[in-house]
Ligand binder design. Structure first.
Ligand code: F6R
Ligand code: MG
Ligand code: MG
Length: 385
């Protein structure tokens, strides 16, 4: 007869509840009030431990508890922390105060109300290293490339080739953000199918990763898209991810390695531009230049009996200096395109647009060009705008 091991849940819930001097950086007073709310919850035993931080204008709540994923009490706690922080933001006149709290009434789960959520529950290993990634000025699909490389690319993760514990590979849950459904695909057998989907990161997002041999949870990414939820642009759906590392999972260095390439992501300036994802230490987790460039922080913890030991500020390291320098060069290169694609997103993905009104204004001034052949499916073309 076995005995059941008490499981630990790590919940990372984030929202932009207002920021200082534009969409730039969270104000310390809002961090303080969220900390107070979570400290009270810790003292009454609802959560075991917590850490509050920010990346750019996003307030990030990292919590551990025994209530499992999607627990109403935990979501309600996060909601009340954001509400209290938003009221401080309003008092201080911070910019876009309360912007991600789409509903006045909380109804059991923050999903769909604005905040982004990444949660996982597991039986702790004797030593449980966990990395929490948090990004600003981008979208959840920004994690597709690095998470694929961590769990499926042998050129990134040596363990896939030489560690018997990883050798069978991992399963990817890919979520279709438009249809609200997901599919589980297995690596390495279905590598090309996985890539066929996740190469479109605005629609297909890696939501969770499981170790194939025992279905153990390895990674989770927030998949909320505020723009779709609200039916119009409210705020950026800046993502968070939680990844377990070491002994049976990729090593910490294999988890960090793909971020040495500052790949292009969507979400810079007005949610309407591509730019490089720049991994930074916490002290540089603020968005300045052209409201960016998109920033990423990575905090490493040990989880012990639900306690969060740490964090280690993982990108606070000269080993990522060249990545940041390359990101700067790419940022300059992209900026020189100004309002042109591919710096500016395609019309179907822009959060801000004047195209329909410009077309409407010019509709009587467009004249037929003699002998021109019209493209098939003009309707779909205009729908893109
Ligand atoms: C917000 C963001 C910013 C804003 C931009 C315009 O997180 O990505 O780039 O979109 O600063 O903001 P508004 O329209 O509020 O002046
Ligand atoms: Mg913002
Ligand atoms: Mg943000």
């Amino acid at each position: 007869m076995g005995f059941s091991v008490e499981k630990t849940t790590i919940s990372v819930i984030k929202a932009d509840i207002g920021s200082l001097a534009g969409h730039h950086v969270v104000h310390p007073d809002t961090i303080a009030v969220a900390t107070k709310v979570l400290a009270e919850a810790k003292s009454r035993g609802l959560i075991i431990d917590f850490y509050v931080t920010n990346v750019g204008d996003d307030l990030e709540l990292i919590m551990t508890h025994r209530k499992g994923v999607d627990a109403p009490e935990i979501h309600e706690l996060a909601w009340s922390a954001f509400k209290e922080a938003a009221s401080v933001a309003k008092e201080l006149g911070l910019y876009a105060a309360g912007q991600d709290l789409l509903s006045e009434a909380f109804s059991g789960n923050v999903r769909g109300l604005g905040p982004g959520v990444a949660e996982m529950e597991f039986a702790e290993r004797p030593s449980e290293p966990v990395v929490v990634f948090m990004a600003d000025k981008t979208e959840p699909g920004a994690f597709n490339l690095p998470v694929f490389r961590i769990f499926a690319d042998p050129f990134n993760t040596a363990g896939l080739v030489i560690d018997p514990k990883l050798h069978e590979g991992f399963k990817f849950e890919v979520y279709d953000v438009f249809e609200g459904r997901s599919v589980i695909l297995s690596a390495p057998e279905e590598l090309y199918d996985i890539l066929a989907l996740i190469g479109t990161p605005g629609r297909y997002i890696i939501r969770r990763v499981f170790r194939k041999k025992d279905d153990e949870i390895a990674a989770v990414v927030s998949v909320e898209r505020l723009n779709l939820m609200a039916g119009r642009y409210i705020g950026k759906d800046d993502p968070v991810a939680v990844i377990r590392a070491q002994s049976g999972f990729p090593a910490l260095g294999e988890v960090l390695e793909p971020f040495s390439f500052p790949h292009l992501v969507a979400g810079w300036m007005r949610g309407s531009h591509h730019g490089p994802l720049m991994p930074v230490p916490q002290r540089y987790a603020k968005c300045t230049r052209f409201d960016g460039p998109p920033r990423l922080i990575g905090l490493g913890f040990q989880v012990k009996n639900g306690r969060l030991i740490g964090p280690a500020d993982l990108f606070d390291d000269p080993a990522f200096d060249e990545t940041r320098r390359l990101a700067q060069l790419i940022a300059d290169y992209m900026r020189r395109h100004g309002p042109f694609m591919p710096h500016r997103l395609g019309p179907e993905e822009m959060e801000y647009t004047t195209l329909p009104s410009v077309l409407n204004k010019l509709k009587d001034r467009f004249t037929e060009v003699k002998g021109a052949i019209k493209a098939k499916g003009p309707k779909e073309k205009t729908e893109m705008l």
